[in-house]
Write a protein that binds this ligand. Structure first.
Ligand SMILES: NC(=O)c1ccc[n+]([C@@H]2O[C@H](COP(=O)([O-])OP(=O)(O)OC[C@H]3O[C@@H](n4cnc5c(N)ncnc54)[C@H](OP(=O)(O)O)[C@@H]3O)[C@@H](O)[C@H]2O)c1
Length: 297
């Protein structure tokens, strides 16, 4: 009998990809936060769930009895986490605590964490490296990890690098921002000193499936094969989608005045998930070409 998976944040950038990748193989119950309209992705099978609401979680866990919970739900706006700290804690920390306490001991908890648990000074982070989040968002995500590590439940913590999904109109994705601006032939200023190995959500979702098959536990990093600056990434997007790459101009982070200051080198080492689990690590060129194919379908 196929496993039942409760997927929180199912309507988010990553949640949608996980749903598409896993639902052919598992009984995935997509849990959404706000009402959605004009989205047939879930065929009306979605349920409503606010992970800050303990009684709602308890009711749902009793009803569907999940074998696995995949928690992608989060307050992901790094700027607003700095301002609305209580809300950040409520969703990113207490939400995890609530889900954990409602689930059975045999249930596996898969938590989507982030590269922002690191300070971004050295880059090339392995799962063994000490964490040191500088942003409030990163601090709440690390606290959630620590709750899992301190629990007696089965858990898997996955730390993807900068995500981009398949919705080219998404506000959440750097790729969509570059695409939309270059399509309108707008000049864009892009930082040259923020380095990462950006993650295509479809590739990451395949890796999550592989982790389930291989019964992975503990912490794993995931990202693409390319370590790249935002500037070079924007140039690559221009090239793949046939836009004018001279519209992309390099700037330094200091020119952006981002509050909070973003960690600079957050690229993660992906050898553990590749070697131990057999997860595929793709080049950005491959991922962007696949995305282009999907958009043109
Ligand atoms: N984006 C990145 O670059 C990145 C990088 C590394 C790690 N991550 C992690 O990856 C995960 C997915 O990120 P994403 O980019 O897919 O973010 P996203 O598009 O913002 O998705 C997050 C989802 O969480 C939902 N949510 C917010 N508050 C909730 C609550 N109280 N109860 C239930 N659901 C709630 C949101 O619902 P609404 O849309 O209805 O508000 C949204 O669908 C997050 O855990 C994030 O920390 C992201």
């Amino acid at each position: 009998m196929s496993k039942t998976i409760l997927l929180t944040g199912a309507n988010g950038q990553l949640g949608r990809s996980i749903y598409l990748e896993l639902s052919p193989f598992y009984n995935v119950v997509p849990a959404i936060y706000k009402n959605i309209s004009n989205l047939n992705l879930f065929n009306n099978n979605e349920i409503k769930l606010d992970i800050t609401n303990k009684s709602e979680i308890k009711y749902i866990c009793n009803e569907i009895n999940p074998d696995i919970i995949i928690n992608t739900a989060a307050f992901t706006d790094v700027n607003y986490c700095e301002i609305e700290k209580d809300k950040a804690v409520d969703i990113n920390v207490n939400g995890v605590r609530n889900l954990l306490s409602a689930m059975k001991n045999e249930t596996l908890f898969i938590q989507i964490s982030t590269d922002y648990v690191f300070d971004g000074v050295s880059g090339w982070y392995t799962e063994e490296n000490p964490t040191y989040p500088e942003t409030y968002y990163g601090k709440t995500k690390l606290e959630a990890e620590n709750i899992l590590r301190g629990s007696n439940k089965q858990f898997l913590i996955l730390r993807p690098n900068v995500l981009f999904g398949n919705d080219i109109n998404s506000d959440a994705s750097f790729v969509s921002w570059v695409f939309q601006n270059l399509k309108k032939q707008n000049k864009i200023n892009v930082v040259i000193d923020q380095i990462s190995n950006p993650t295509w959500t479809t590739a990451f979702s395949q890796a999550i499936r592989q982790c389930i098959i291989m019964k992975a536990r503990g912490i794993y990093h995931y990202g693409s094969d390319d370590v790249i600056s935002r500037f070079d990434f924007a140039k690559l997007i221009a090239e793949i989608f046939d836009f004018d790459s001279s519209l992309v101009h390099p700037i330094n982070s200091e020119n952006l005045n981002q509050i909070p200051v973003r960690p600079k080198k957050t690229n993660v080492d992906v050898s553990k998930i590749s070697n131990e689990i057999g997860a595929h690590i793709y080049t950005l060129e491959y991922c962007l070409n696949q995305l282009k194919r999907l958009i043109n379908e």
